[in-house]
Design a binder for this molecule. Sequence first.
Ligand code: GLY
Length: 383
Amino acid sequence: MEKYQAWAGETLAKVRAKMAWVSEKNKDKIPYTTDETGSYDDRSDPTVSWNRDDGLNWWTNGFWGGLMWLLYRDTGEERYAEIARCTEKKLEQCFSDFYGLHHDVGFMYLLTSAADCKLTGSGDARRNALHAANLLAGRFNPAGRFIRAWNENGDKDVRGWAIIDCMMNLSLLYWASQESGDPRFRQIAVMHADTTLKHFLRPDGSVRHIVEFDPETGAFVRDYGGQGYEQGSSWTRGQGWAVYGFANSYAHTGDPVYLDVAKRVAHYCIANLREDGIIPVDFRQPEDPAWEDSCGACVIADGLLEVARFVPDCEKPLYTCAAVKILKAIAETRADWSENCDAVVQNCTAAYHDEKHHFPMVYADYFFIEALYKLAGGENLIW
Ligand code: GLY
């Protein structure tokens, strides 16, 4: 384990060097991906309509602020806190519009406002994070005991749709109960986690991406392949959301059933891990084209390290070694440490059937760096 810690420490030195100039260059933005020059875009650009879910409401808009809070905790440098607060100020505007927000208020405000509240005790941050938690709780469907994922989408009726990604958003609810003393948030999180366990987990340990319930009766209707290859396949980032998300539910409730689920999905991922440590978009995709998703890789690795925190010492190496294999593959073959690109992690894919593949995504950098901090011995700040 010590040699892994040393490697994480060396890699974090490269991260600190790169993030020093990347953060300065992009301090007024909320980035998602890079353009053809390697510069970050800006999802908070006021000339882009922000009251849809691809402008200021874009679901990944919390990761930049979260990354800044991680760097602030690490370095103690105030400039990182200032950039994070700048993101928070912008994201406050989304509350007044409301329509563009959906279940990913978890990703948006847990990493920004809740992290700020935890680190600095800010009252404004606490209010915004509790506001977001109330919006998330308000999406709960009592008949099906699930949190509705998305909003209206053209002709598609998504009132009964839940997705595996939401397991990560539950941490905002656990935090809200702890912070406010009101158990309702945690109760909703637990009911959603139990529904996910029942309807998403397959006997082989893989998970579905999307499940549709009847929004009136709560009955199971069907599942969808979502961002993966097809119905019945296993989208790798979704497997990562399940490993990490169920580990988080265990961390907050102490219910061993959740740790058991996290381990089962982790074992499925480890059994499907390639020798070179590169993660495809879907574990069941055809060999050709060989689409990869470095972001899914970082989520899986970070989730495996989370599981390792809770298992007995004799079990830890299984999860830690697999995580290190993935992280080393990223650091040594899929990372850009130069000044040619603002992002570190390359070759991410949002969804298998998208036209575009293999580009940087800010949340890949977030999970890569968070995982390195964990491997180096740091506590889990955010989830
Ligand atoms: N939560 C959507 C994604 O992972 O792309």
